[in-house]
Design a protein around this ligand. Structure first.
Ligand code: GLC
Ligand code: MG
Length: 536
């Protein structure tokens, strides 16, 4: 969640309270990029227009419970969850003088067959309700229907309207309160918890009263007040609800506002394109193999030779590397080890992408990852941590700051992450071999780079195979791509064994990659014939 909030350009929340209170607990709380945009209500389903058959069915669900049907209906409709505070509503109904004479109370709390099959929380709710009904002798006044269908819900709200009743939601907290706008759309006045969502709804709809959910007496008084209101007053609440839900909570309105916001964003990022250069081998390839270099490709000359041959033989397979090294250094070591030149270079731990022989730099990637990157401030902030020393200048790149860990009081990853968050800096911290620390933009890693390549070149993840051995490979090994960890992996990748879909090869180095290619049946399906005949 912290990550999502830090990379997002826009965060959409339902209420003002969600922005100010709920999200404030995150380190990455940036109110400037947050907007309030409440959800809508399906106005086709939720409307005051009668549906004779359905309305009759809904009425029949309640009728057996009530001594007198022709009374205003107070309705609560929610999950049987303790936070919904339904027993407080029942208690208020039972103990406030005049209420039981004036109105019936219907509690529609999901569907149930047997109390014993419900969750412990729901059982407690029903236990409290049944106890109160018994204690206050509310038989004939309170309905607790066992079953209903979702099509009954608008009909229940309409019953409230037709009977001159109230829809009540006195939950302990209510981040939004979808049922309140559904009820409003059907013309039911509302009594609601004085909390985030309902505050906005009442402000916009002017269709009822807010109440402190912990104050049973206040709940009772509010119910009385609404039931005793003049006919005109009650009608105004009902009408306001219908009119104002159309104005503030329609899905059409929601979509229009949303699109407008997204449009402003996309104009801001116009320079960022996903255009394809059709001549490139990557655009013709069906599959892509992406290997880390040090200790994954390198380490075993003989196996690497075989891997090179297998790659060269398969015309539909594109080959890429993903390395911590910078581009020049990557090319050099590949030449030294006689590795065929890749079509794709993901270098500097995923912060740079180059293509082909001419090493054409991917500029869109560069722009994309620049989001919230503040190199100077990061360097300054991390100066205060002992046990870290900057690597030589050649290893410092535009979007990569690299350190070597030294000494006993070297910081762990959590300490570094914390220091950056405290300074309100967004960055991706990657530790390898308990020795190297790379600080990258929040949108960059080998994993993000592989995802970008998959998206840009239209390669499904099952057609991408990634191989690695150490910490900076973790992000790409945990993408949905097929993943291989070579036999000589370093301990920081141990925990990945527990994850589904990552193959741990027994052979080290390039031998492990070949093992992975076989495991996933990844290479050259068309020309298998010869070898198959030889195999036992
Ligand atoms: C390579 C890079 C170095 C980085 C390390 C771990 O050795 O040269 O800068 O810290 O990989 O990613
Ligand atoms: Mg490596």
């Amino acid at each position: 969640e912290e990550f999502a909030l830090s990379v997002a350009s826009l965060v959409v929340a339902s209420t003002r309270q969600e922005i100010a209170v709920q999200y404030s607990h995150y380190d990455n709380h940036h109110t400037k990029k947050m907007i309030q945009l409440p959800p809508g209500v399906d106005l086709g389903r939720f409307s005051p227009t009668r549906d004779t058959e359905r309305d009759r069915l809904a009425k029949e669900r309640l009728q057996p419970f009530f001594r007198q049907m022709r009374k205003p209906l107070i309705l609560a409709l929610c999950r049987p969850d303790e936070r919904k505070n339904v027993p407080a509503l029942l208690e208020a109904y039972a103990t406030t003088p005049g209420l039981r004479e004036k109105a019936n109370l219907a509690l529609v709390l999901g569907n149930r067959d047997e109390f014993s099959k419900l969750s412990a929380g729901a059982r407690r709710v029903f236990y409290d309700l049944m106890s109160l009904i018994d204690k206050h002798d509310l038989y004939g006044l309170v309905a607790l229907p066992k079953h209903h269908e979702s099509a009954d819900v608008p009909a229940f709200y309409r019953l409230v309207r037709q009977s001159g009743g109230i829809f009540a939601n006195v939950a302990l907290t209510e981040p939004f309160g979808l049922t309140l706008i559904e009820a409003a759309a059907c013309g039911a006045p509302i009594l609601a918890t004085d909390d985030g969502g309902p505050q906005d709804i009442i402000k916009h709809c002017k269709n009822g009263i807010l109440v402190d959910p912990l104050d049973t007496e206040a709940i009772g008084q509010a119910l009385n007040k609404m039931l005793d209101a003049s006919r005109d007053r009650w009608r105004r609440w009902s009408k306001n609800g219908i009119t104002n839900v159309h104005k503030h909570y329609s899905w059409e309105g929601h979509a229009a506002k949303y699109l407008k916001k997204v449009d402003t964003l996309s104009r801001r990022f116009k320079s960022h394109t996903f255009e394809l250069k059709p001549v490139h081998k990557l655009s013709l390839a069906e599959r892509l193999l992406v290997c880390d270099i040090d200790n994954t490709l390198t380490g075993d000359h003989e196996a690497l030779g075989k891997l090179g041959e297998a790659i060269a033989k398969d015309p539909k397979l594109a080959f890429g590397v993903a390395t911590g090294r910078h581009i020049e250094s990557a090319r050099k070591v590949l030449r030294e080890w006689g590795v065929p030149m890749p079509e794709l270079f993901i270098t500097s731990v995923g912060s740079e992408i180059h293509y082909g022989k001419k090493l054409k730099k991917e500029q869109s990637w560069r722009k994309h990852i620049d989001h919230r990157w503040d190199r100077e401030a990061i360097v300054q902030t991390l100066k205060s941590l002992p046990g870290m020393r900057l690597q030589p200048a050649v290893d410092q790149r535009e979007h990569k700051i690299s350190y070597t860990l030294r000494g006993k009081n070297r910081p762990d990853k959590a300490t570094i992450v914390k220091a950056l968050r405290h300074a309100d800096l967004a960055a991706n911290v990657i530790v390898s071999h308990d020795e190297f620390v790379d600080i990258l933009p929040i949108r960059a890693s080998k994993g993000h780079a592989v995802r970008y390549i998959a998206l840009k070149w239209g390669l499904p993840f099952e057609n991408i195979l990634v191989a690695g051995d150490s910490g900076n490979d973790e992000a790409m090994l945990t993408t949905p791509a097929q993943a291989v960890v070579v036999g000589n992996y370093s301990p920081e990748l141990g925990p990945l064994k527990k994850r589904h879909g990552i193959y741990f090869a027994s052979l080290p180095h390039a031998g492990g990659i070949i093992e992975g290619l076989h495991y996933y049946d990844f290479i050259n399906h068309d020309h298998k014939g010869e070898e198959d005949e030889k195999s036992p």
